[in-house]
Ligand binder design. Structure first.
Ligand code: AMP
Length: 373
């Protein structure tokens, strides 16, 4: 090639620069996800700083902590000055706070992806627009909408608040014998809602996907999720699905990150039907409880992959090291730590929460289920 023809490299924009080890990662939210994210980032040589209103939260034990309200602009500005990139462990960060921070420092994933994940109506419309199947659904903002939607979708159907629902909170199944629709609707307090047709699924699965700002993408194999009292109880790896179903599920996750122009890691929760159809239920724009097994039984943990994705590093291998199951330790279940520590092939994670309450996630364990030795 002649000297004349030789192209100079394109100058990289501020946004596509690699954020190298030694930099500081800002994390919005300070729960167990933030804690495990900070631990993974620290292993790669990053510093971590969380923004979380709650004092003495799980992540504050392992990272610098700004304890302030999301409406506190001075605190947000100081936080932005102290970090090189911002990510989140909690999707319900107020949009205004995210917009304020994004003017000062890259926020990954960005405001538009968050907006999709924060509202079930926007989320389902986004998924369907991109050719991804979901339960049939209708928006509901008054009792007449609910009556019409029930006509259209039939019973049973699931009524959910469009925003701020988690672990089964803010939702109710409407059964064929439920007659007091007005009473059901009143309990939703006029909130924007979505009614979904009931999916008679055989399995619930989820897929994690990570994407960098320059479009590199990687998915994890689908895993199977079992719930108890609306809270994730166990994740089984691998999911008991056919290769064809697994390919459909991974394709949904891939399409989701691409259509969102997503930077970071997300989880897509899905239903598998008896016919082998895969329907998307929910997008979590952050590391996810069903990905905790990756810390101990995968070549790259979901937390490390998040760091790699937001910092523009090479994405890591998502190959499982072997079959395993992850079990959440809810409330007093974590008190059995001594017995759990005595078991071979069990990896125990405790979140450092001072107070144990029924229904509260206190820790988890990963148990290797393959043949050993
Ligand atoms: P979500 O808050 O949307 O993740 O729903 C919590 C759980 O409720 C899911 O994991 C399912 O077990 C169940 N569920 C939610 N939506 C539906 C639906 N449309 N049909 C059947 N089950 C559902």
């Amino acid at each position: 090639m002649s000297l004349k023809m030789k192209r100079l490299p394109e100058p990289m924009s501020e946004d596509t620069r690699v954020i190298p080890p030694g930099s500081t990662i800002g994390i919005l939210g300070g729960g167990q996800l933030g804690r495990m994210l900070a631990l993974a980032a620290a292993r790669l040589g990053y510093r971590n700083h969380i923004f979380e209103p709650q004092e003495d939260c799980p992540a504050s034990h392992v990272a610098a902590h700004t304890a302030a309200d999301y409406a506190d602009k001075d605190a947000l500005a100081r936080f932005a000055d102290a970090v090189d990139v911002i990510t989140l462990e909690f999707e319900n960060v107020p949009a205004e706070a995210v917009a304020f921070l994004a003017e000062r420092v890259p926020v990954r994933p960005g405001a538009s992806a968050l907006a999709v994940a924060q509202d079930r109506i926007t989320e389902k419309a986004f998924l369907n627009r991109n050719g991804i199947g979901t339960a049939p659904w209708e928006p509901v903002s008054k009792i007449e909408d609910l009556e019409n939607a029930l006509e259209a979708l039939g019973r049973p159907a699931v009524l959910k608040t469009a925003r701020f629902g988690y672990d089964g909170k803010g939702q109710r199944t409407i059964h064929p014998d439920d007659t007091d629709l007005a009473g059901i609707w009143d309990a939703f307090d006029g909130k924007s809602c979505i009614l979904e047709g009931f999916v008679p699924f055989t399995l619930e699965i989820s897929v994690l996907a990570a994407r960098t700002i320059d479009g590199r993408l990687s998915t994890y194999p689908p895993v199977e999720n079992r719930h108890r009292d609306h809270i994730l109880h166990q994740t089984l790896v691998p999911a008991a699905i056919t290769p064809d179903t697994a390919a459909k599920a991974e394709e949904i996750a891939r399409k989701t990150v691409e259509a969102l122009d997503y930077v970071g890691l997300l989880a897509v929760e899905m239903f598998v039907t008896a016919e082998g159809d895969v329907l998307a239920n929910e997008i979590a724009p952050r590391p996810h409880n069903s990905g905790h097994w990756t810390i101990d039984a995968c070549e790259t943990s979901q937390f490390e992959q998040t760091v790699r994705a937001i910092c523009g590093l090479p994405l890591g291998s998502t190959a499982p090291i072997g079959p395993c199951e992850m079990t959440n330790l809810i409330g007093a279940e974590a008190d059995d730590w001594q017995a759990l520590l005595s078991e071979d092939g069990v990896f125990l994670h405790l979140y450092g929460k001072a107070e144990s309450r029924p229904g509260r996630k206190m820790g988890h364990l990963t148990r290797l289920t393959g043949k050993r030795g």
